[in-house]
Design a protein around this ligand. Structure first.
Ligand SMILES: [Zn+2]
Length: 270
């Protein structure tokens, strides 16, 4: 495995991984080792997002054991049709149990599970309502469905919805609209791969105080890893390094900026 090292740096870096799924079954009982490797690499905070009623309890268990985890609970657009009748009650229970938790991963996907797009919209609207009413940050997934997303964001931003779009894949023009509505944008290892002109032009359009970096582990491993690698938060250094190159700021400075942004977004701390 290839790691990016911070050469000649005596500074200790702290990295905020703004989006991961440590509850994923691909980690299983290795989640604790994965968190330890992350911590050794300087990743001191990880936002761990649930995807549905079936995995919220694992997110909760991980968050109870590890202080570095900021949990979020939500129904992912791929699983909206699997939700039970009591999903809102169960969600409210987890959000109450973890006062610092967010709502996520939620959103819209116009490519996968498109046949349930109406349910995706209904479920996202309900989860934005919950996030606004409890003043919790919301972590959004959006693929090929930007217009209806922006419409919902316009509706809820009037009520101060705190939101971030994870693994941003939209255009640089849309960056302005999203930031204008108060949003944060998070970038994954897709910027470490070749031919990512669109992602890089979006990255360089984001105001630095709205920028987040994420692993999206166990998905989206960085370019230097072997095919089919299970991604983990410690690999995020490669993404930070690539982003610092494109943004023309130092690795250490970008770590600090994105760490502070993560603290502000997820924990209300500046
Ligand atoms: Zn995700």
């Amino acid at each position: 495995m290839h790691f990016v090292r911070v050469n000649n740096s005596k500074e200790t870096v702290r990295i905020f991984d703004a989006h991961a799924h440590l509850q994923d079954l691909r980690f299983g009982s290795a989640a604790m080792d994965v968190i330890q490797r992350a911590s050794a690499a300087g990743v001191s905070n990880i936002s761990c997002c649930g995807t549905g009623e079936n995995d919220w309890y694992i997110v909760a268990e991980i968050a109870k054991k590890h202080e570095c985890i900021t949990p979020s609970f939500g129904i992912h657009p791929w699983y909206v049709h699997e939700r039970s009748e009591k999903w809102q009650k169960t969600l409210a229970g987890y959000l109450a149990e973890f006062p610092c938790s967010g709502v996520g991963e939620v959103g819209l996907d116009g490519r996968k599970n498109r046949e349930h797009l109406a349910e995706q919209l209904e479920c996202l609207d309900a989860q934005m309502e919950i996030a606004v009413s409890l003043n919790r940050p919301i972590s959004l997934h959006c693929l090929g469905c930007w217009e209806p997303l922006v419409e919902l964001l316009r509706k809820f931003s009037r009520r101060n919805l705190k939101f971030m779009v994870h693994s941003y894949s939209g255009s640089a023009e849309l960056v302005k609209i999203i930031c204008g509505l108060g949003g944060y944008l998070s970038f994954s290892a897709s910027i470490t791969h070749r031919n990512r002109k669109k992602a890089i032009s979006a990255l360089t359009a984001v105001p630095l105080d709205r920028l987040l970096i994420e692993s999206d582990a166990p998905d989206l491993p960085p370019a230097s890893t072997a095919p089919d690698t299970v991604n983990e938060p410690s690999f995020i250094l490669e993404t930070v390094k690539a982003a610092s190159f494109y943004l023309d700021i130092s690795f250490e400075e970008l770590c600090k900026i994105t760490f502070d942004n993560g603290q502000r977004f997820f924990k209300g701390e500046s």
